[in-house]
Write a protein that binds this ligand. Structure first.
Ligand code: G1P
Length: 276
C-alpha cells in the first residue's frame, strides 16, 4: 500500500571527519554493511520497494552502492566469496532506487520537500539512516505501516530519552491511546529542558501523508534557522491527525561516535557473529 520511502542522505557528517571528507557518512559501515543499507533493508521489508534518495554533492558512492558493479560480479562469480554479496544482491533484486540532489542544506523539512518529485501524491515512509533500529520481529517501519492502515495519518516513531538529552530531538506531547500509541497535540524541535513538553523524542522513522509537502512550503525556518519537519508536522497535527508510536526494538544513534561504536559492537556480537 505504501510503496515509497524517502532517504534524506545529503548531510555532511561533520562529526565523523576526517572519515567523511570524501565519503558519505551513510556509507560508513556497521561491521560489514553501510548504514544506509540497513535502512534500505528495513524499507523493503515494510513493502516500500522504491527507495527515493535525496542526495547531494559528494554522495555518488551511495548511487554506486545501489547499482551493479559488473567487474566485481565477474571476478567473484563462482568463487567462495560470492556469499559476501548476498545481502546487497537481495536489495538490488527487490529495490528500485531513485535520486534527486538537494543543492543547499536548509534542514530536514527542505530535504523532504526536495524529494517531492520522487514521491508524488501518495503516503510515504521516511528513514533517517543515522538512526539504526534493530529488533527480532518486524522492523520499525513495518510496525508503523500496520498503524497507518488503522489511522491513515502521519506517524512518527518515538522513544523515551533522558530529560538532559531532549535538546537533540523533536519532542512530542499527546494523548495516550493504547499500546504505546499517542495522538499528538504538541511537537517542538530541539527544545530546552524547560520547554520540552515531555521526554518522548522523535526517532528517524516517519510515515507522512503527502499534504505535508504544501505545509512544508508554508513553514518558516525554525530551530537552527532550518526548515524543520517537526514544525510542519505540528501544523498537520493541528489540522488533522498525527500519531506517535513507541516502537518495539532497539535504536542506536549512529550520528554520534559513541552510538556508532555501540551499534558496531552490538551488530558484531548479536548478528554478524551469530551468522558464523
Ligand atoms: C532530526 C529531526 C528530529 C529527530 C531526529 C531523530 O534531527 O529534526 O526531530 O528527533 O532527527 O534522529 P537531526 O538529528 O537531524 O538534528
Amino acid at each position: 500500500m505504501i510503496t515509497k520511502c524517502l532517504f534524506p542522505v545529503a548531510g555532511y557528517g561533520t562529526r565523523f571527519l576526517p572519515a567523511t571528507k570524501s565519503m558519505p557518512k551513510e556509507m560508513l559501515p556497521i561491521v560489514n554493511k553501510p548504514l544506509v543499507q540497513y535502512g534500505v533493508e528495513e524499507a523493503i521489508e515494510a513493502g516500500m520497494n522504491t527507495c527515493a534518495m535525496v542526495t547531494g554533492r559528494g554522495k555518488r558512492a551511495i548511487a554506486d552502492h545501489f547499482d551493479i558493479n559488473f567487474e566485481l560480479e565477474h571476478q567473484i562469480a563462482g568463487s567462495g566469496k560470492e556469499a559476501y554479496l548476498d545481502s546487497i544482491r537481495n536489495v538490488l533484486d527487490n529495490g528500485i532506487f531513485t535520486m534527486v540532489r538537494q543543492r543547499e542544506m536548509k534542514g530536514l523539512g527542505h530535504a523532504i520537500l526536495t524529494g517531492q518529485s520522487l514521491i508524488g501524491n501518495d503516503p510515504f515512509g521516511v528513514i533517517l539512516s543515522d538512526d539504526l533500529c534493530i529488533n527480532d520481529g518486524p522492523g520499525v517501519l513495518a510496525q508503523m505501516v500496520e498503524l497507518f492502515k488503522q489511522f491513515r495519518c502521519s506517524i512518527v516513531a518515538i522513544q523515551e530519552v533522558p530529560m538532559d538529552e531532549v535538546h537533540k530531538y523533536g519532542v512530542i506531547a499527546g494523548e495516550p491511546l493504547k499500546d504505546g500509541i499517542y495522538r499528538v497535540d504538541e511537537m517542538v524541535e530541539k527544545p530546552t529542558q524547560e520547554d520540552a513538553p515531555s521526554n518522548l523524542a522523535i526517532i528517524g522513522r516517519y510515515i507522512l501523508t503527502p499534504d505535508i509537502f504544501d505545509i512544508i512550503r508554508d513553514t518558516p525556518p525554525g530551530a537552527n534557522g532550518e526548515v524543520q519537519l517537526t514544525d510542519a508536522l505540528q501544523t498537520q497535527a493541528k489540522q488533522g491527525c498525527v500519531m506517535a508510536y513507541k516502537f518495539k526494538g532497539r535504536r542506536f544513534d549512529c550520528g554520534s561516535v559513541p552510538g556508532f561504536v555501540e551499534a558496531t559492537n552490538y551488530v558484531y556480537e548479536n548478528i554478524y557473529n551469530k551468522k558464523g
